[in-house]
Design a binder for this molecule. Structure first.
Ligand code: PLP
Length: 404
């Protein structure tokens, strides 16, 4: 049995969410049906949507349920781009480097298929998108920017972005901002109404869209949500029965929504205490790694950081070697970056933070969650020196691979 330290990839489903899921699977009825059976399903769906809305501080009409974070991000970015660039006058999309591939690949696709002019903005050494950088890029865009997007908290290095300031910049330029909050959800407080008010968002500019996903907070895989401000206009990705404001057609997943809502309710209720517990464990882990491997260093911001994330660079090692050796020793961790067909790749996030290719390869992400205990951290720290010794002996693979 492995010690699971990869909660940022997905976290175990909560028993309460699983129970709510299986109970709801017995419910008959399409929530779009007129009859009483359908209306009962609809009532349950809408009560759950309300709970999900509360967990992010918005109204339930603003919650578009999707199949997960990836679909929410695709809907926000393609939808806003298609809608705002319908006349071809706003081809620019702004995004920082080091985004999740759900964003990178969506924007690459828009560039290749729809002539989007995607401009990747630099991160600072801690992985932060400085508001001044966004401001300068929006000034240079001269009113031709369709949408700007930013990851709320980086899933790899854990840096939390100054979202209020970034929202304020976007609002001042009259541009809609999307935030990928998949990694942040359940770990940092997300109150969209408050964020919008403090950052001066208007109906269709500033923070208008936020993506979240259930399986990162103890809900099931296969459901997520896009917060979409009432008056933000998006072209839908899916066409059909006109469900969900005509933005996302398709019969709605009552059981998945009920399970998502139950997980959201618990995650929000536990967030403050759990963040405190996890940040203490994380700091024990970081100190222990420093003692065990003095040349290791922590990536990302030390102060603006997810409570459950510790991301290290081990100079002279391949992150994937460490991952495999630790896996053999019974620890499930991650490099945080993509590994294509078993070929080690440098971290695109570290590269966006200005590290060179060699420095971007010895990366390891240890992410904690609800089931993580002090004993897990202690056991990991005992196993690390030997895994590190062997990985260092193997050295860096002699291969030059780069991917954004
Ligand atoms: C920051 C971030 N964005 C998007 C996604 C994709 O979400 P989903 O797995 O729900 O499609 C993930 C999942 O790893 C993520 O961490």
């Amino acid at each position: 049995m492995s010690v699971y330290l990869d909660h940022a990839a997905t976290t175990p489903m909560r028993a309460e969410s699983r129970a709510a899921y299986t109970d709801a699977l017995d419910i008959v009825g399409n929530p779009a049906s007129i009859h009483g059976v359908g209306q009962r399903a609809k009532q349950l769906l809408e009560e759950s949507r309300e709970t999900i809305a509360r967990s992010i501080g918005c109204d339930s009409i603003e919650v578009i349920l999707t199949s997960g974070g990836t679909e929410a991000i695709n809907l926000a970015l393609k939808g806003l781009f298609w809608s705002r660039n319908a006349e071809g006058t706003r081809p620019i999309i702004l995004a920082p480097g080091g985004e999740h591939h759900a964003t990178i690949d969506t924007l690459d696709w828009l560039a290749a298929h729809d002539h989007a002019d995607v401009r990747w903005l630099p991160l600072d050494a801690e992985g932060t998108l400085q508001p001044g950088v966004l401001d300068a890029a929006l000034t240079e865009a001269h009113g031709s920017c369709a949408v700007a997007t930013v990851i709320y908290a980086n899933n790899e290095v854990g840096t939390v972005q100054p979202i209020v300031e970034l929202g304020r910049v976007a609002a001042r330029h009259g541009v809609p901002l999307h935030a990928d909050a998949v990694a942040a959800y359940g770990h940092v407080p997300i109150d969209i109404a408050d964020l919008r008010a403090t950052s001066g968002a208007s109906e269709a500019s500033g923070l208008v869209a936020v993506s979240v996903s259930a399986h990162k907070i103890g809900g099931p895989v296969g459901i997520g949500a896009l917060y979409l401000s009432r008056s933000a206009t998006v072209e839908p990705l899916l066409h059909g029965g006109g469900q969900q404001r005509n933005v996302r057609s398709g019969t709605q997943d009552v059981a998945g929504t009920v399970a998502f809502a139950r997980a959201a309710e618990l995650a929000i209720r536990e967030r403050v205490d759990e963040s405190e517990r996890l940040s203490e464990l994380r700091d024990v882990l970081i100190a222990g790694v420093h003692d065990a491997v003095p040349d290791a260093h922590v990536n990302g911001s030390r102060s603006q950081r997810l409570a459950n994330n510790a991301h290290f660079s081990f100079p002279g090692c391949e992150g994937d070697s460490l991952l495999f050796l630790l896996d053999m020793a019974g620890f499930a961790v991650s490099t945080g970056s993509a590994c294509q067909a078993g070929i080690p790749e440098p971290s695109h996030v570290l590269q966006a933070m200005g590290r060179d290719e060699r420095e971007s390869r010895g990366a390891l992400r240890v992410s904690l969650g609800r089931t993580t205990t002090r004993a897990d951290i202690d056991a990991f720290l005992r196993a690390l020196p030997e895994a590190h010794r062997q990985a260092k002996k193997a050295g860096l693979a002699d291969r030059d691979v780069t991917r954004r």
